[in-house]
Design a binder for this molecule. Structure first.
Ligand code: NAD
Length: 370
């Protein structure tokens, strides 16, 4: 990869390669953009096939965090870390504390948290070496499991989508097919059924399906049919990449709005395919931002009530995305990208004024004092 060419195209500020022979740590931290505040994004551990795959992943994921944080109205930039290697073989106290020292060496330009294969216990070890960490339980004011707040945000995102597409202000009688009833899905099913929606559920884990049928009166559907049901909303809450050339033509829902990350197999092709079919798509990183909103609240002094209020604002954020998409005749994922870029551009434009006036009120300075 022509690294600097790639960084120029994607707009990254800094990429840090971290290595420690004693523990076997090999990590890459990518800081994409800090215009709006310190770069926040989780740390993923994966046994990548090649170092180039790891680099590509961290560049893509950190850029995604810039957009997510910007469109969600948070005073945060985008960053991400990847640790290369087999989690079963490499994890140890010294391993994560060493990673913590690397994070600390960036002086707060990057704040880390959990992601794939990184558990709360691991991130707590990182937190022994740096304050620039979020999503931990042990520290006073820690925010813990983000999934209830993520589900709360998705629920409000579904409400906004139903209002926008179907003109209904309530979910009573609206039908929703939820694919995946895990941590986020099951909380979402609870909110939907509580408001009187007719909910269908499917999961590869039959026990989880049974539990949601029993607890919330949802109706079980098969794994093959969940996206083909004649419902108002299809809510993907399992794995990413599900919306592809095969699945999109089979959808009967007029709205796709769910928690899963990276729902479109290919952003440009499949976003357009949904639009052409007249299906309203809630961009995944907009509707599932409750998790990062929860972590942001932890940095400011955690209060679950405030975190949930902020997550409920996803209703307005999504409505703006839909209006922008319709006004410009573009896909909803393109519209959310534009809104994020416009916000960053406007704040970046303030920098010369900030240099003249001083930046005592730069919002994230307070965020970092803990
Ligand atoms: P989870 O692992 O608790 O739940 C996922 C569920 O999907 C599991 O019950 C699993 O059995 C099921 N599943 C997997 N493959 C399936 C398939 N093919 N068909 C049906 N069900 C299947 O994960 P989660 O925390 O609930 O997250 C769900 C999605 O939301 C993920 O894509 C995640 O990246 C995204 N997300 C989660 C959060 C959060 O706060 N947890 C925040 C943002 C985004």
């Amino acid at each position: 990869m022509a690294l600097f060419e790639e960084l120029t195209t994607m707009g990254h500020e800094q990429v840090v390669f971290c290595h420690d022979k004693a523990t076997g740590l090999k990590a890459i931290i990518a800081i994409h953009d800090t215009t709006l505040g310190p770069a926040l994004g989780g740390c993923r551990m994966w046994d990548y096939k090649s170092e180039e795959d790891a680099l590509r992943d961290v560049l893509r994921l950190s850029r995604g965090m810039t957009y997510k944080n910007a469109v969600s109205g948070l005073n945060l930039g985008g960053g991400k870390a990847v640790i290369i290697g087999d989690p079963k073989k490499l994890k140890s106290e010294a391993f994560f504390r060493t990673f913590g020292r690397f994070v600390n060496s960036l002086g707060g330009r990057y704040i880390t948290a959990e992601d794939v294969n990184i558990r709360v216990n691991d991130i707590e070890l990182v937190g022994l070496e740096t304050d620039f960490v979020a999503g931990i339980n042990s520290r006073a004011g820690g925010s813990g499991d983000p999934s209830p707040v993520t589900a709360w945000g998705v629920y409000h995102g579904i409400r906004a989508s139903v209002q926008y597409k179907l003109g209904k202000s309530s979910l009573k009688g609206v039908s929703v097919a939820v694919q995946g009833c895990g941590a986020v899905g099951s909380h979402l099913i609870e909110h939907l059924t509580h408001e009187g929606a007719k909910v269908y559920v499917a999961d590869i884990d039959a026990e989880k399906v049974k539990e949601n049928v029993r607890l919330y009166g949802a109706e079980a559907a098969s794994l093959e049919d969940i996206h083909r049901l004649k419902v108002d909303v299809f809510a993907p809450c399992a794995l990413g990449g599900f919306l592809d050339d095969r699945v999109i033509p089979e959808l009967k829902a007029s709205i796709v709005a769910g928690a899963a990350n990276n729902q479109l197999l290919d952003e440009s092709i499949h976003g357009s395919m949904l639009r052409e079919r007249g299906i309203l798509y809630a961009p995944d990183y907009v509707i599932n931002a409750g998790g990062v909103i929860n972590v942001y609240q932890e940095l400011a002094g955690y209060d679950e009530k405030i975190a949930k209020q902020r997550a409920a604002n996803i209703y307005d954020t999504l409505t703006n995305v839909y209006k922008e998409a319709d006004a410009k005749g573009i896909t909803t994922n393109q519209a959310s990208g534009h809104i994020a870029e416009e916000r960053i551009k406007a704040v970046r434009g303030m920098s010369s004024l900030r240099n003249t006036l001083g930046n005592q009120n730069w919002p994230h300075h307070d965020l970092l004092k803990r």
